[in-house]
Design a protein around this ligand. Structure first.
Ligand code: PHE
Length: 349
């Protein structure tokens, strides 16, 4: 009795579903038969009124019918979706829903600092110059007055290109752009040169075999060490804040004389060396100063290489590491983070 009723239901619904022509009425169909309050569910609930010996058989039959109808419903839904004109679906389009924003990227924290550095020097009248990343020993060392026995020329300290018999290398600093620029231009000139540099260092929290530098060069008559100090002092204050102090420490580079290393007062403890808690500052290690660049007056020997009259002209040069500046500015404690491509890291800047 119940069995034939169920089979009849099956035949009828299968016929019904195959004739449905809109998604709306298909949804109504689903509600009427397959939903929690639908007809099939009622059959299941009424199972208790069936004679116990019959229950398993009827139960199986109901499940079977439910599967068959569900499949027919899904099938019809697919057919309608495929064949109905798009407007049928568009009746469900909610125009008040916010649109999907396309994901927008931003510059890498190293390049953000690159641009900030370039902006500051552009305002001071410096032009931007570029040079190749693959250099010759002449530009990377010779013309910069680096003697042939200097340790930085060693195969352990510079990447030489294979099969070039040490005649090509990855530049180890941006200073070769000084030479290329002076060969190209006559004084007066003021340039900065941003770019990648390479050194065979083992990656650690503070070293990486590829990093970025910005080189600076100014040549004119009567350029003095005071100009160098003035320009770099302005740069540091613009970059790290007005209250930043600078300190020039005597140093040595083969291509500058005299040479100076430039420190800024620590960005964390403001030169105190200690935090308010009394703990030693971990960024400057209690020193109060942070080294940020190398600089000096262009060595007369370098002018000789580019055929500038060193009696008439003087100049200053400097070079700074961009990762280091970015790390100090943003409080990043490991240089390797820059190249790991973790969005969790990059999205913070
Ligand atoms: N080229 C030097 C370095 O990489 C930095 C520097 C540039 C020093 C210009 C003096 C003048 O360490």
């Amino acid at each position: 009795m119940l069995e034939s009723e169920l089979n009849q239901l099956k035949e009828e619904t299968l016929k019904e579903v195959s004739q449905i022509g809109t998604i709306d009425s298909l949804r109504q169909f689903e509600h009427k038969y397959l939903s929690r309050s639908g007809l099939i569910r009622q059959f299941i609930q009424n199972l208790s009124t069936v004679e116990p010996s019959e229950r398993p058989k009827i139960g199986r039959l109901i499940n079977q019918i439910k599967t068959v109808i569900s499949e027919a419903y899904e099938e019809q839904l697919k057919t309608l979706r495929r064949t109905l004109p798009a407007q049928e679906e568009q009746t469900f389009f909610d125009t008040t829903m916010p649109g999907k924003k396309p994901a927008r990227g931003h510059y890498h924290p190293v390049y953000q600092v690159f641009f900030q550095i370039c902006d500051i020097f552009k305002r001071l009248g410096f032009d931007i110059a570029y040079g190749p990343e693959i250099e010759t020993p002449y530009y990377n060392f010779e013309a910069l007055n680096v003697p042939s026995d200097h340790p930085s020329r060693d195969a352990f300290d510079t990447f030489y290109l294979a099969d070039t018999n040490h005649s090509q290398l990855l530049r180890s600093h941006t200073s070769p752009v000084q030479i290329r620029t002076m060969q190209r231009l006559k004084p007066p000139l003021r340039i900065i040169a941003p770019g990648k540099v390479f050194r065979p260092d083992t990656a650690s929290a503070s070293r990486f075999p590829m990093f970025h530098q910005v080189e600076g060069l100014m040549v004119d008559t009567n350029v003095s060490f005071s100009h160098l100090k003035g320009v770099l002092d302005i740069f540091c204050k613009e970059m790290f804040g007005k209250e930043t102090k600078t300190r020039f420490r005597p140093s040595f580079f083969p291509f500058t004389e005299p040479s100076a290393e430039v420190d800024i007062s620590c960005v964390i403890c403001h030169g105190q060396g200690r935090l308010n808690s009394g703990d030693t500052c971990s960024v400057c290690r209690g020193d109060g100063w942070l080294e940020i660049l190398g600089s000096g007056m262009v060595h007369p020997e370098v002018f000789r290489y580019v055929k500038y009259n060193h009696e008439k002209y003087t100049g200053f040069a400097f070079g700074m590491g961009v990762e280091r500046i970015s790390m100090l500015k943003y409080g990043i404690n490991d240089i390797r983070l820059f190249t790991e491509n973790h969005l969790m890291f990059l999205e913070q800047f």
